[in-house]
Write a protein that binds this ligand. Structure first.
Ligand SMILES: C[S@@+](CC[C@H](N)C(=O)[O-])C[C@H]1O[C@@H](n2cnc3c(N)ncnc32)[C@H](O)[C@@H]1O
Length: 389
């Protein structure tokens, strides 16, 4: 999944370092699990119990879908009944309109009309759909907050219907939620991440059209097929909350893989759409990004310049006090939260008996980019630091 700071590409090196230092561990914690790329890899390739944590619930939902299950599942057993129920909901809502889905699905054939089409879609989701929803049970957070912005009205309705009709069996439900997170991420009409939707300008028209034409059913199907084929070798668990909560599940000799934020902007600003699909709760959207209220967005000391260094100290001291091994990755040069890899090394010198450093070159994300770098990726050095007790 596309995620700021996703360590998927670093796994060949990172995996080897983590495996080497976790020989005597029975558990490995990934307390900043994000996209879950590292948690999944460790669950699938080691015999350790993986503890995956994050302050954002969608990240833990992604991790849980694999780390908490030890056998593959048949994707058809998830998709067939789930899609049938969701289609019924979509059809019932659509039947309130004269041309059924046609009224909900905007005409995207002419880029010159994009402004008109987008504004009409927004009005439709704000004024028309909520009246129809009154005849139905359930929550419609994607349609009400993001319909006509990140998603076409039809896409938003399908995502809400899928969220309302999740499988009741626990293992299948976890795969379904994780797949919805991935599908909503892939379908979003926004540059890079989901901080703000594309605005209907001449230059953005093609991006909106491209995104609004993505098929939610196909995206969910592909993600369910991938996730259900994966499983952990040993059953682990997901933990929503601050890193200390995941670390508290470990005993002396276990290992922590820490990939804390390097940005001075909170992750929750960029990923509220994924948090919304996971929570399934309606809210009053605020600002250009259609955010939930600030109080409902997870915030991190690592993303506050004045608190980041103290958070780094807490992390290292917490691990050292519990006599845990710690493998930490962080940009070598200064990151926007004011920290650099060497700050962790300096803190670690007082509290760990040995520190080993490996430098790798990697892409990193600049949070959706700016006008010069639309692709939002730059090359930079990442340090993998092993703190050994
Ligand atoms: C650099 S990303 C991790 C990326 C992840 N390793 C991957 O491969 O996708 C940092 C993550 O830390 C989470 N986070 C921020 N502050 C946290 C805290 N105090 N405790 C736990 N998680 C936190 C963010 O929500 C974000 O998902």
């Amino acid at each position: 999944m596309k995620y700021m700071g996703n360590k998927g590409k670093m796994l060949p090196v990172l995996g080897e370092i983590i495996s080497f230092h976790s020989k005597n561990a029975s558990k490995i914690a990934d307390p900043f699990c994000g996209s879950a790329a590292v948690s999944w890899f460790l669950a699938e390739t080691t015999d350790k119990e993986i503890i995956s944590g994050d302050i954002q619930s969608f990240a833990v939902a992604r991790a849980r879908s694999v780390v908490e299950r030890t056998g593959a599942l048949d994707p058809g057993s998830i998709l067939k009944p789930w899609f049938a129920k969701a289609r019924k909901v979509v059809d019932s809502v659509a039947s309130h309109f004269p041309n059924h889905l046609k009224s909900i699905e905007p005409d995207l054939t002419d880029p010159a009309l994009i402004k008109h089409v987008v504004l009409q879609s927004r009005k439709f989701c704000k004024d028309v759909l909520p009246t129809v929803f009154q005849d139905f049970k359930g929550a419609w957070p994607i349609s009400k907050a993001y319909g006509g912005y990140y998603y076409s009205p039809a896409q938003a309705l399908i995502f809400d219907a899928l969220r309302q009709t999740l499988p009741s069996d626990t293992a299948r439900r976890k795969i379904a939620i994780a797949s919805l997170v991935e599908a909503t991420s892939r379908a979003a009409a926004s540059p890079g991440h989901t901080a703000q939707p594309f605005q209907p300008t001449d230059s953005s028209a093609k991006y909106i059209i491209d995104a609004w034409l993505r098929d939610p059913w196909a995206l969910v199907r592909s993600s369910v097929t991938d996730i259900s084929s994966r499983s952990a070798r040993t059953k682990g668990r997901g933990v929503i909350g601050d890193f200390t909560k995941s670390i508290s599940c470990l005993q002396a000799g276990d290992l922590v893989f820490a990939d804390p934020p390097y940005s001075d902007v909170h992750y929750s600003r960029f990923y509220h759409v994924l948090e919304t699909i996971t929570r399934g709760i309606e809210f009053n959207p605020e600002g250009r990004g259609r955010y939930p209220a600030l109080i409902d967005r997870p915030s991190s000391a690592f993303s506050k310049k004045t608190e980041a260094l103290a958070a780094a100290k807490r992390l290292l001291e917490n691990c050292a006090t519990k006599r845990l091994q710690l493998v930490l990755t962080f940009p070598t040069e200064g990151a926007s939260n004011g920290l650099k890899a060497n700050d962790f090394v300096l803190i670690g010198k007082g509290v760990f008996s040995d520190i080993q450093i490996e430098e790798v070159s990697t892409d990193f994300s600049t949070l959706g980019g700016n006008k010069k770098h639309r692709d939002a990726r730059q090359r930079c050095g990442e340090s993998i630091i092993s703190f050994l007790s």
